[in-house]
Design a binder for this molecule. Structure first.
Ligand code: PGA
Length: 223
C-alpha cells in the first residue's frame, strides 16, 4: 500500500475556463482554511486546455495536476493529439485506459510506456479483474463501468462489493502497489469506503466538479 493516500479528480469534458478558475479559487480557499492530513495527495485532472491554468492556481497549494489521457504516439504528425512531451511540464499523472475511451490493451500499454519514459505516473483504469495487468510504477484504478455515474446519477457499489473487489486486486497486484477505487464515489459514501482495507484512494468524477463536495471527500482521508 502507498504511504500517501491519493484522491484524483477526473473532471472529464466538463467546465469552461471561467468555471475552472472559479473552482480553483474556491478549492484553494478551502485548502487554506482547512487542515488536511499531510498524508493525502490531491491530483486534479482538468480538460487539457486548462491544465496550465489549474497548475498555476493550485500547484502553489500543493495540489498536483494530471491529464485525462495522452496520445499513444511519439511526437509528430498526429493532428489533435496531446502527447506526454506537451503535458509533462505541468502534469505528474495521466489517466490511461479509461473505459469511456474504449481502448484496446496494446494502446493502453503504449500510453503507459510513453508516460513512464516521460516521468509521468500512469493511472491505469481496469474495468474488471480479468483485465488486470502489472505495469511498473503505475497507479491501478479499479473502475467497473456499471458503477460510473451516468447523466448526473450515482450508481455506487456497496462497500461490501468494493471490499471484495479490492481484496482480489490486492492479491493480484501485491501489497506494495497503489490501488485506487472509482465509480460514483461521492461525499455521501466516502465514509463507508475509507475504512476498507487495501484502498489507497479514490478516482472521483462527478463529485469532483463541486469543490465543496470534493474537499469533503478529501478531508475524510487518510484511510
Ligand atoms: P464518477 O466517475 O465518479 O462520476 O462515477 C468516475 C470516473 O469515471 O473516473
Amino acid at each position: 500500500m502507498a504511504t500517501k493516500k491519493l484522491v484524483i479528480a477526473n473532471w472529464k469534458q466538463n467546465m469552461v475556463f471561467d468555471e475552472t478558475a472559479a473552482w480553483c479559487t474556491d478549492f484553494g480557499r478551502l485548502l487554506k482554511d482547512g487542515k488536511l492530513s499531510e498524508r493525502v495527495k490531491i491530483v486534479v485532472c482538468p480538460p487539457a486546455p486548462f491544465i496550465e491554468k489549474v497548475h498555476q492556481m493550485l500547484h502553489p497549494l500543493g495540489v498536483l495536476v494530471g491529464v485525462q489521457d495522452v496520445s499513444a504516439f511519439e511526437d509528430g504528425a498526429h493532428t489533435g493529439y496531446v502527447g506526454v512531451n506537451q503535458t509533462k511540464h505541468f502534469t505528474k499523472y495521466a489517466i490511461v485506459g479509461h473505459s469511456e475511451r474504449g481502448e484496446d490493451c496494446e494502446t493502453v500499454a503504449k500510453k503507459v510506456e510513453l508516460c513512464t519514459k516521460a516521468g509521468i505516473v500512469p493511472i491505469v483504469c481496469f474495468k474488471s479483474p480479468d483485465q488486470y495487468k502489472k505495469f511498473s510504477g503505475a497507479v491501478y484504478a479499479l473502475e467497473d463501468p456499471q458503477n460510473i455515474s451516468q447523466n448526473g446519477l450515482y450508481r455506487a457499489k456497496s462497500p461490501d462489493e468494493v471490499c471484495s473487489l479490492v481484496r482480489e486486486a490486492r492479491r493480484f497486484f501485491g501489497d506494495g502497489e497503489t490501488i485506487v477505487y472509482g465509480g460514483s464515489v461521492n461525499e455521501e459514501n466516502t465514509s463507508g469506503l475509507v475504512v476498507i482495507e487495501g484502498i489507497d484512494g479514490f478516482l472521483v468524477g462527478r463529485a469532483s466538479l463541486d469543490p465543496v463536495a470534493f474537499y469533503d471527500i478529501v478531508s475524510k482521508l487518510p484511510l
